[in-house]
Design a protein around this ligand. Sequence first.
Ligand SMILES: NC(=O)c1ccc[n+]([C@@H]2O[C@H](COP(=O)([O-])OP(=O)(O)OC[C@H]3O[C@@H](n4cnc5c(N)ncnc54)[C@H](O)[C@@H]3O)[C@@H](O)[C@H]2O)c1
Length: 265
Amino acid sequence: MPLAGKVAIVTGASQGLGADIAKVLADDGAQVVLVGRGAEAGNKVAADIGERAVFFETDVTSDEAIDRCVDFAVKQFGRIDMLVNNACSYADQGLASSREQWFQTLNVNLISAAIFTQKAVPHMAPGSVVINLGSTGGKFGAAGRAIYPASKAAILQITRNFAVDLAPKGIRVLSVSPAWTWSPSTESMSGGSIETADAVGAHFHPLGRVGRGEEIGHVVSFLATDKASWMTGADVPVDGGFSMLGPDRGISPRAWFAQLAPKQD
Ligand SMILES: NC(=O)c1ccc[n+]([C@@H]2O[C@H](COP(=O)([O-])OP(=O)(O)OC[C@H]3O[C@@H](n4cnc5c(N)ncnc54)[C@H](O)[C@@H]3O)[C@@H](O)[C@H]2O)c1
């Protein structure tokens, strides 16, 4: 129980990685406040996790809703030791995105993480930690997308900035960057088949599949323990090796030449 006695808030926890991260933190002993929209789904996830989980309906784009959520956590559990900024929107039309679309997606993915951090910090004691969800999507070029990757690149930057600002308070700020992970989005792309997701993911992740939400959760949990007490401002790739590969995907030049070079008569 490495997180016994700790209180965690996880945003966007009514499905996907947020729900998986919340489960790992609760299994590791933390009391977890799951944050999200949609009380029905959120309450169900909390009930499935068990007695150390409670759902608090919160739209992270509302300052008043964040205030109510922070108040609830502090009144109910007396402290906040961990904030996991996980909530996200994938809404993105790339170059065709309107100003309103830019605003909406950045508001969820970036601005809400900054404001939630601002509002939680006054209740965090030395030794507490803020963990932001980055993504390999924020590190490389990709077709047809702009807002989501920009938000993820920016969240790594505010991780560094807030780490500097909060270091004197003894609060660490970190990010984890998953690659493709089994979640509602990969589920929909693979027609609901994890085998299909793994088979496609094997082409891009040296470990030969897509990630699992609990594998992200275990790293988040470790980063929240005192065993990671000398880490702040860093991004931790949790991506099966996706981001250490270059465009040749680790395949030797000889193999690429054999496959792609014009045939000589
Ligand atoms: N799934 C992946 O393959 C993957 C890969 C890399 C990074 N990530 C990151 O992991 C995190 C979770 O991703 P996911 O795939 O599980 O996403 P998801 O879309 O399944 O879940 C996101 C959650 O955020 C919630 N949310 C959205 N707007 C909100 C708002 N205004 N207020 C409160 N909650 C709100 C949604 O309702 C949802 O429950 C994201 O930060 C994402 O960038 C995911």
